[in-house]
Design a protein around this ligand. Structure first.
Ligand SMILES: [Zn+2]
Length: 258
């Protein structure tokens, strides 16, 4: 199983990364994407992917929360990283109007600039969208013929939003959000619309611990991806092994991963 989104350099992991890694391997996680959300952790992600390429890949990008930091320097830094093979996607990038840590204008500007970089370096887009669907779709529609591949990660939206993404030939990333009876169960009815050939799995650790875990855990980690896979197996009506195998078969060619 491949976890396509781990915030590996966030502080909650500072004390025990090697233990987390061995638990992940024991649980059957074969590869981890260390996700970039700032210049600094994009660089750190590239470093670990260079050091341990069999276990880690990296993405490089500026999360919409930090879009106000986008400038010529950050653009140069991200461009340098995109030239490395182990940096397999541009992201996180996108729009998050839920909390607007950066203004919508700053977010749109940084997103559009990053899409141009993905096009220039022919890398897939790893995208984040929250409470910004209309603006997001408008931007993607304009650029869809120019970029190669894109995944909307941690999808938490409506059936109509899902239809829009599938129509634009985007991939979908699902997290433990769908294991949350308070806010994710409504998605179970339409998740099977996502062909397994377009579906990828992610923990978004240390965030979004699966609430199907008993007892409840507050810090998520890659080993807990198995709870998402079990939830998906229940939703699709197939085996755990089938979800694990098919999502891996989807993930490898998407990221040019052997
Ligand atoms: Zn995100």
């Amino acid at each position: 199983m491949i976890d396509i989104c781990v915030n590996w350099f966030k502080a909650p992991f500072d004390k025990d990364r090697e233990d987390i890694l061995s638990r992940a391997q024991d649980a059957g996680i074969t590869h981890i994407f260390s996700t970039g959300s700032t210049v600094e952790n994009s660089q750190q992600s590239a470093e670990i992917a260079k050091l341990r390429p069999e276990l880690f890949s990296a993405t490089a990008g500026i999360h919409p929360h930090y879009a106000s930091s986008w400038n010529k320097n950050s653009q140069d830094a991200i461009e340098q990283l995109l030239q490395l093979d182990v940096v397999r996607a541009l992201g996180e990038c996108g729009l998050d109007f839920n909390r607007n840590f950066s203004s919508p204008e700053e977010q749109i500007f940084a997103f559009e600039q990053q899409i141009e970089l993905a096009i220039k370096y022919q890398k897939p887009l790893f995208m984040h969208q929250r409470d910004a669907h209309d603006s997001f779709i408008k931007i993607i529609k304009e650029k869809r013929k120019d970029f190669t591949k894109g995944v909307v990660h941690c999808f938490t939206g409506t059936e109509e939003e899902l239809d829009d993404y599938l129509e634009l030939d985007l991939h979908i990333g699902l997290t433990g959000w769908i294991c949350d009876e308070r806010r994710g169960f409504h998605m179970h009815d339409f998740i099977p619309k996502i062909p397994l050939s377009r579906l990828m799995i992610e923990t978004d650790a240390p965030y979004l611990s699966p609430r199907t875990m008993k007892p409840r855990i507050h810090r998520n980690e890659p080993a807990f991806l198995v709870h998402l896979v079990q939830q998906l197996a229940d939703i699709y009506g197939c085996s755990f092994a089938e979800v694990a195998k098919q999502t891996e078969q989807t993930t490898k060619p998407f990221y040019n991963l052997d």
